[in-house]
Design a protein around this ligand. Structure first.
Ligand code: UDP
Length: 238
């Protein structure tokens, strides 16, 4: 294959003959805690590519512009090339993970209203939480209109994905999004939508079906990823 454009923890991005399109190859490698924990989840690349493809298509049909083009192979997706915004946009419906540490609330506490948080995408700094003033006045990452649009889009994505996952018998606890601008300057949803960057608990019994099983050595990691794939494909179609 051609030279690598970029290699992240979970994906390798290759150029294609069209400079506006890239090929993402999803890896089975797993990392957690800013890459301090490493491992492999067999089949993860295919699960994450396929679940992402289904969810990007669902979002596109609901009017959310995304970078998704096609799935040429089980663990590969074609994406429009974006100029990425260095923010991780996290949406939360239920308290879990770092929000437990930040607030002392019990994991599983249902939030009255979904919230959106922004983290600085910077591995060297450990992706710190940013407030609006950090984003607008200190880092000048985006302007106020762009920030409002990110919030609006993230809430729209949450409404669409929460409803879909509910039909799959899954609670969408929280998730992380990344956005970028295409060549025409249009905001698009980028990155992936998979059990790597979403917390997914079964409606019945709150069984954890996401990367927390890997993060916290809970076992049955591969089975959980396969279960998400099966449930998503059963609802979205092959
Ligand atoms: N998340 C992610 N990448 C990150 C940090 C968080 O995909 O670098 C996702 C994570 O899987 C969860 C949500 O964002 O679905 C919220 O994560 P949280 O802030 O609770 O951090 P964590 O507890 O995962 O460190």
């Amino acid at each position: 294959m051609a030279d690598i454009l970029y290699e992240g923890k979970a994906k390798i991005i290759y150029p294609t003959p069209d400079p506006a399109i890239v090929l993402a190859v999803f890896k089975d490698d797993a990392t957690a805690f800013n890459a301090q924990k490493r491992g492999t989840i067999p089949g993860k690349g295919t699960v994450n590519a396929t679940v992402s493809a289904k969810l990007f298509l669902l979002l596109e049909r609901s009017g959310v512009p995304t970078h998704y083009i096609d799935q040429p192979a089980a663990n590969q997706l074609l994406f429009r090339r974006l100029k990425m915004i260095p923010l991780e946009v996290v949406v939360r419906n239920i308290v879990a993970g770092s929000l437990v540490k930040r607030t002392g609330l019990a994991s599983g506490t249902v939030l009255g209203e979904a919230i959106v948080e922004f983290y600085y995408k910077n591995d060297a700094l450990g992706d710190p939480l940013l407030n609006d003033e950090h984003i607008l006045k200190v880092l000048a990452t985006v302007d106020a209109l762009q920030l409002a649009e990110l919030r609006r889009s993230a809430m729209q994505v949450n409404a669409i994905l929460s409803a879909f996952y509910h039909e799959c018998g899954i609670r969408l606890v929280d998730f992380k999004l990344e956005y970028g601008y295409d060549g025409a300057g249009q905001l698009q949803l980028g990155d992936e939508l998979s059990p790597d960057n979403c917390r997914l608990w079964t409606l019945k019994e709150d069984r954890i079906l996401d990367k927390d099983r890997f993060r916290f050595d809970m076992g049955e990691v591969e089975g959980a990823y396969q279960e998400v794939l099966a449930r998503v494909v059963a609802k979205a179609g092959p």
